[in-house]
Design a binder for this molecule. Sequence first.
Ligand code: AMP
Length: 425
Amino acid sequence: MIKAVRGTRDLLPPDTDLWNRVEAKVRDIFARYSFHEIRTPIFEDTQLFSRGVGEETDIVSKEMFTWEDKARAQSEKAQLLTLRPENTAGVVRAYIEHGLDRQGTLQKLYYIGPQFRRERPQKGRYRQFYQIGAEIIGPPSAGSESPARDAEVLEMLATLLDEVGLRDWSLQLNSVGCAEDRARYNKALREALQPVVHQMCADCQRRAETNPLRVLDCKHPEDQPIIERLPKISDYLDQPCREHFAQVRKMLEALNVPYAINERMVRGLDYYTRTTFEFTHGGLGAQSAVLGGGRYDGLSESLDGPKAPGIGFAIGEDRLILALQSQGEQPAEKVQAFVAPLGLGTNGHALTLARELRRAGVSADLGEENFRLKKSFELAEKAGAQYIVIVGENEVASDTFAVKNLATGGQVQVPRSQLVEYLRK
Ligand code: AMP
């Protein structure tokens, strides 16, 4: 038997009802905050990620699905292509490629789609997973660097999580400063790690060499006391970065968005500058981050684009759904009416009636003329229908239908002309 590949999974009804409900809600919220959708390709030139996300990150160094696209002509070079492991680099590439900076305004873009990383699969971690993300990017003259953008994005996320019904989320906030701050902090980390790193796990030993910031992500219990004593990023921020972060915090407080400072949250991607954040939820176990994001003021320039500071986030949709399910969120969308033909020759009449209901916006499921009434009732209940509408010979002759409310058990006769109105109530 051929099965879905490890780390990938099928999303089936009724779960997909919940996925769709969440997506409809977030599209509505994005529209209210004046974001518009962007759809970028699922695979891109590998260099986009190695340069954008960063050679030394976990994603680029070990998690990408990359293949060589054979040259079609002798003059052509074979190209390395990669399934997108994240979507910000693709959005910024599109921003540059289409000259969106020339509009001179802020671009507020969102996306919903699959991403691919070769990770060790476990609950909440898949090799194909889905992200709902958004970016605000534009020239500095349009206000893209302003701490008000950070606050706007974080407030939108708080509203979004509240409105999809997630309870008890928490926001962890940090600032990783600008490139120069990070360079100074990296140097300080290297120096502080040098005498102690031999006591740490193999990953930390490697990271201390290649990317000391990543040491802060280490989850090994034995390494924690050492990590606790390492220098703090906040001591290495320059005055403008300090001031920017203070402004973000002030606005969040004014907006009543609760947050906690987490100085160890430096996030896994090289492009982040200044504000970084994660929202976590207790119902997720080890993979507790529902979403992550931050500012990336230099990303466009590192991809040969114009100066275009930005801020964005990606919600792990799989994890958001898991968190909602851990709270007992019910997936199934109920059908309003079950149309039950009864007796030979009634299928056509039932089809016509179902079509009238559906065209009028009433959701309807349909039975089969040779089913006994008992079986139709069982099917209607299984479909979660509110009403069953019986289409027997008498009903067809009188154009009046027996309608039973499956919750209350009450039954009435309703003329065809009043049926839609009755079922909508
Ligand atoms: P990142 O920017 O890598 O932190 O990703 C943003 C969000 O995507 C995370 O907070 C997770 O919710 C989600 N995510 C990342 N990797 C995976 C994965 N392999 N499987 C499921 N969700 C993921």
